[in-house]
Ligand binder design. Structure first.
Ligand SMILES: NC(=O)c1ccc[n+]([C@@H]2O[C@H](COP(=O)([O-])OP(=O)(O)OC[C@H]3O[C@@H](n4cnc5c(N)ncnc54)[C@H](OP(=O)(O)O)[C@@H]3O)[C@@H](O)[C@H]2O)c1
Length: 266
């Protein structure tokens, strides 16, 4: 009803600290992102099955959940509750609130006709259903906050360029890209609408690359390409990639392109 004040219409004043939620921060790019953010004084919540004990040295600024994103509705419900309580925990709404949808699960690289395609469901849930539901929880919970509100989805060049043997992964990343475009449209005309970017992070020396290099070339023709990337020294470290992603997150034009590449010039 018009003119009715709710608690969320009148949020607590904004606190200086920024808060970032990072999925898949137990290793690889997500771990490097969480560490770099904590080093900058941010408060960070991480979601993965096996939390890293390395973040405990940051005390209460680092919170980690051991959570399986295959059950995306449960993860989103828990995040909604956490966000609802955050202004009370901090004594104010944060100055910046960011969700980085980083976690992904690569099915065994092989064509869809291969028996291993039966495990596609988990990859779809972790890579696409979870980011969509977590983003919805984020957008709902923070819609009346005065904070800077940003969504960063870690996509891939394979969301834009198809590769046989990685059909599910390609579909997940293309889905993230188009989700980002649609959310950006939804938020564009709001007074403090969230900005959304789905970003290709480059090629990074992580477990995921190891999995691609270690795939059976008999069923995954691109295996040699991934081996050549490693042998040619063309992989970024997770730390270098994280710094590029965080630099992109801070760009004043963040969100002007809802689908981007970390290598795009500023
Ligand atoms: N590496 C590359 O060259 C490259 C290139 C393009 C795009 N990307 C994208 O960059 C992002 C990071 O990739 P990465 O290479 O760092 O991957 P990674 O080393 O394989 O790490 C994946 C992360 O996702 C988490 N995760 C996987 N399944 C999960 C589940 N069921 N529930 C909760 N968390 C789960 C893992 O944590 P737990 O195992 O503890 O659950 C881990 O922290 C991904 O979105 C990937 O698609 C990577």
């Amino acid at each position: 009803m018009l003119g009715t004040m709710t608690q969320t219409d009148n949020p607590a004043p904004s606190a200086g600290q920024g808060v970032t939620i990072v999925t898949g921060a137990s290793r690889g790019v997500g771990a490097a992102l969480a560490e770099a953010l904590l080093e900058r004084g941010e408060r960070v919540l991480t979601l993965q099955r096996n939390p890293s004990s390395a973040l405990s040295r940051y005390g209460t600024r680092a919170e980690s959940w051991a959570i399986d994103l295959v059950d995306a509705p449960a993860a989103a419900a828990r995040l909604a509750q956490w966000l609802a309580e955050l202004p009370t925990v901090l004594g104010a709404t944060p100055s910046r609130i960011t969700l980085i949808n980083n976690a992904a699960l690569l099915s065994e690289p092989a064509p869809m006709r291969h028996p291993s395609s039966a495990d596609a469901s988990a990859a779809l849930r972790v890579g696409l259903e979870a980011p969509v539901l977590l983003s919805a929880a984020f957008l709902r919970a923070t819609q009346h906050w005065p904070s800077r509100r940003r969504l960063l989805h870690i996509s891939s060049g394979l969301g834009r360029r198809a590769m046989g043997g990685a059909a599910v992964y390609c579909a997940v990343k293309a889905g993230l890209d188009h989700f980002s475009r649609a959310v950006a449209l939804e938020e564009a005309d709001l007074p403090n609408g969230a900005r959304s970017v789905s970003i290709a992070p480059g090629v990074i020396d992580t477990d995921m690359q190891r999995q691609l290099r270690g795939a059976d070339p008999a069923v995954f023709g691109a295996q040699k390409q991934f081996q050549a990337l490693k042998e040619g020294g063309q992989l970024d470290s997770a730390q270098a990639c994280a710094l590029k992603l965080l630099a992109y997150l801070e760009r004043p034009d963040f969100g002007s392109q809802p689908v981007a590449d970390v290598r795009d010039p500023a």
